[in-house]
Design a protein around this ligand. Structure first.
Ligand SMILES: Nc1ncnc2c1ncn2[C@@H]1O[C@H](COP(=O)(O)OP(=O)(O)OP(=O)(O)O)[C@@H](O)[C@H]1O
Ligand SMILES: [Mg+2]
Length: 368
C-alpha cells in the first residue's frame, strides 16, 4: 500500500519559509498532479517526498510509515526529472539497469527487469543504442524506463515533458497515462501544463505561494473552483473575472454595466458586497452565431460590440466589450464577425461563479 501523506509539512531555507504547513493525503495508486505558478513550492514539496530535501517541520508518510529521516534509496520511490541526464557512454539497456547494478542485483534479474520495462515503454528495438542516437522523446522514455525497473511504489515526476515539443509532449502524455494503468503505482506529477494535469490526474492539487488552494478531481477544480485564483489558473482561455458590487439584485460593474445576480447566489450575497463575477468563455456567446458547448439554462441577453476575433480552426475566440473591458467567448463555427459589429450576447448565468472580492473565496451556492 503506497499511500503518501503529508502532515503540516513545512520547508524553510534559512529564514525564508517556502512551504507553509501543507496537508495532503494521497491514496494508494492515485495519480496526483501538483500545479501552480513558478516558485509556488511544487518541486520543493516533491523533493521532500523523495528525500532530496530535508523537512523543516511536519511529517511525510509513505505506506503509513514516517520517512522523514530515511534516505531516498530506502523510500521505495523513483523520480523522473525535467532534465534526464542519461549516461552518454552507456547503451539504453545499461542506462536502464544501472541502479539495479549499483544495488548489486544479479545479472539475469537486471536483464529481465530491463526487458520488462522496455516492453512497457516500446524501447526493445533501441536497447543497444546510445543516448546520442535517440530522439528527445525516446530519451525521455529511457529516463522513465530507468525509474520503472526499480519497481517503486511511488513515482515522482517533476515536469518530465517540458523539454519536448508540443506534439511529442502530447504523445508522451498518452504514454504516461498508459504506463500508470499498467504499473499501478502511486504517482505525484508536477507540471505547470494544466492540460497535462487535467488529462492525467485523478486529483489535482493547486498550489500558490507555498500553500494549497484546492484539491479536487479535474471536474471539481474546473466546475467548482474554490477560489478566484483557481478559477483564473484552471481553464484556457481563462475564466472572465470582473470586479463588481451587489446592488438590488444586480452585480454592478465599475462602468455601471450590470448583470442580474445568478439565481443560485441570491440568498448568499448582501447589498454593497464587493464580489468578483466569473464566467467561462464557453458560457458567453453571441446569440445565434454558430455553436457553443454550454447548454443554455439561465440566459441573460444584452447588446455588445465585437472587439476582435481569433479563429483557431476548430473554434473561434470572440472578444466582446462589456463592463469596460473585453470578455472572451469561445465559439464553434461562428459566422464571420466584423470588428466593431454590435451583437446580442448571451450570458449563461446558471454557470456563472461569484467570489468574495475580499477573501477571494467562492461564494456559497444554494443547495450545495
Ligand atoms: N535552495 C534554495 N534556497 C533558497 N530558496 C530556494 C531554494 N530552492 C528553492 N527556493 C525557493 O523556494 C520557492 C519554491 O521553489 P520551487 O522550486 O519549489 O518552485 P516550483 O513551484 O517548483 O517552481 P517552478 O514551476 O519554477 O519549477 C521559490 O521561491 C524558490 O526561490
Ligand atoms: Mg519546479
Amino acid at each position: 500500500m503506497a499511500t503518501v501523506t503529508l502532515e503540516k509539512l513545512v520547508k524553510r531555507y534559512g529564514n525564508l519559509e517556502v512551504v507553509h504547513g501543507i496537508d495532503l493525503a494521497i491514496r494508494d495508486r492515485e495519480f496526483i498532479a501538483l500545479v501552480g505558478p513558478s516558485g509556488c513550492g511544487k518541486s520543493t514539496t516533491l523533493r521532500m517526498i523523495a528525500g532530496l530535501e530535508d523537512v523543516s517541520a511536519g511529517t511525510i508518510r509513505i505506506g503509513g510509515d514516517i520517512v522523514n529521516d530515511l534516505p531516498p534509496r530506502s523510500r521505495n520511490i523513483s523520480m523522473v526529472f525535467q532534465s534526464y541526464a542519461l549516461y552518454p557512454h552507456m547503451t539504453v539497456a545499461e542506462n536502464m539497469g544501472f541502479s539495479l547494478k549499483i544495488a548489486k542485483r544479479p545479472a539475469d534479474e537486471i536483464e529481465r527487469r530491463v526487458a520488462e520495462a522496455a516492453a512497457i515503454l516500446h524501447l526493445e528495438p533501441l536497447l543497444h543504442r546510445r543516448p546520442s542516437q535517440l530522439s528527445g522523446g525516446q530519451r525521455q522514455r529511457v529516463a522513465m524506463g530507468r525509474a520503472i525497473v526499480r519497481h517503486p511504489e511511488v513515482f515522482l515526476f517533476d515536469e518530465p515533458l517540458s523539454n519536448l515539443d508540443a506534439k511529442l509532449r502530447g504523445e508522451m502524455r498518452t504514454e504516461i497515462k498508459k504506463l500508470h494503468a499498467k504499473v499501478q503505482s502511486t504517482v505525484v506529477y508536477v507540471t505547470h501544463d494544466q492540460v497535462e494535469a487535467m488529462t492525467l490526474a485523478d486529483r489535482i492539487v493547486i498550489m500558490r505561494d507555498g500553500h494549497i488552494e484546492q484539491v479536487g478531481t479535474p471536474d471539481e477544480v474546473f466546475s467548482r473552483p474554490a477560489t478566484r485564483f483557481v478559477a483564473s489558473f484552471i481553464g484556457s482561455p481563462p475564466m472572465n473575472l470582473v470586479d463588481g458590487v451587489i446592488d438590488a439584485g444586480f452585480v454592478v460593474f465599475a462602468n455601471g454595466d450590470r448583470l442580474p445576480v445568478p439565481e443560485a447566489f441570491r440568498g448568499s450575497v448582501t447589498a454593497g458586497e464587493k464580489v468578483v463575477f466569473g464566467l467561462r468563455p464557453d458560457d458567453l456567446y453571441p446569440t445565434g452565431h454558430g455553436l457553443h458547448s454550454g447548454e443554455a439554462t439561465a440566459v441573460h441577453e444584452t447588446a455588445l460590440r465585437v472587439a476582435i476575433t481569433e479563429p483557431l480552426g476548430n473554434e473561434t475566440l470572440v472578444f466582446l466589450e462589456f463592463a469596460g473591458r473585453e470578455w472572451v467567448s469561445r465559439m464553434l463555427n461562428p459566422r464571420p464577425l466584423v470588428i466593431g459589429e454590435p451583437v446580442r450576447a448571451s450570458f449563461d448565468l446558471a454557470r456563472a461563479h461569484l467570489f468574495s472580492a475580499e477573501t477571494g473565496r467562492a461564494i456559497q451556492r444554494k443547495g450545495v
